[in-house]
Design a binder for this molecule. Structure first.
Ligand code: ARG
Length: 255
């Protein structure tokens, strides 16, 4: 998440000979798991983090369809309650028993980029409610949202060891359509700054975008990371509230 202008830093380096302490994170900052207990990450069969997710019910995790597609439940695990990926004693690693991917999903930039993982056991962390159809006002341009994840801290950099967060404003749909011809207004929104610099990045996909204690978006796609005029694109969750309720509120027996 977040990237910086390398130019400025190389100039600083050249003049002082020392690197800035936080050179990887410009525009983002650490976030605590206590304050964001519903933020989780997904690991593959080798234990490598590859996406984010959000606890939306005790045994349900919402993520992006492109994070789940082609994976079998036994090859994905959910890590919850852990801010520092290296702190193996913190939190829990939960087994996935079922993967639901939106029926219409084809690719992230065509929309419907949502999936729900059903866990074998309920998680001991508080779920986050998601935006309902009636929450359309939360997507007003200019609204400041908070995106969270363990993804890359620069476009070609490594993923983050710690949970990070960045604040980005919702951009007008016209801006997103202009910059991304394939942008689908009904299914997506874009957020960030025209000048770039603050953004989500690879590894953040599937993770939460929140405002007012509600999940309003899921990190989905973008061109590069934090580039000028290339904001992040997120799933417009309110639009999928009905679909999500049918999966998330189902009792384990009906699924
Ligand atoms: N698709 C990426 C992932 O799988 C997320 C990309 C977000 N890009 C951006 N510029 N905001 O993690």
């Amino acid at each position: 998440m977040r990237r910086l202008l390398v130019l400025v830093l190389s100039a600083m380096l050249a003049s002082t000979g020392t690197a800035a302490a936080n050179e990887q994170v410009v525009g983002g900052e650490r976030a605590s798991i206590q304050a964001n207990p519903w933020a989780v990450y997904l690991v593959d069969d080798r234990g490598t983090q590859f996406c984010g997710g959000t606890i939306v019910a005790p045994s349900k995790v919402l993520t992006a369809a492109h994070c789940a597609l082609g994976r079998s439940p036994k090859d994905v695990q959910v890590v919850a309650g852990r801010e520092d990926k290296q702190d193996r004693r913190a939190g829990v690693t939960a087994a996935v028993t079922k993967i639901w991917i939106h029926q219409q999903y084809v690719s992230a930039d065509e929309g419907e980029d949502i999936a729900v993982l059903t866990l074998k056991d309920a998680l001991p962390y508080e779920p986050l409610p998601f935006a309902e159809l009636s929450d359309r006002a939360l997507y007003q341009p200019g609204t400041m949202l908070r995106a969270l994840g363990w993804g890359r801290t620069s476009e070609n950099g490594r993923t983050s060891r710690f949970l990070m967060q960045a604040s980005v404003p919702v951009l007008p749909d016209e801006f997103c359509v202009d910059t991304y011809p394939q942008f689908v207004q009904a299914d997506m929104f874009c957020a960030g700054y025209e000048g770039g610099k603050v953004d989500t990045c690879q590894g953040d996909s599937g993770g939460p975008v929140v405002v007012d204690g509600k999940l309003v978006g899921v990190t989905s796609w973008g061109e590069g990371c934090a580039r000028r005029n290339k904001p992040g694109v997120y799933v417009r969750i309110s639009r999928y509230a009905r679909d999500l309720h049918s999966v998330v509120d189902a009792s384990p027996l009906d699924l």
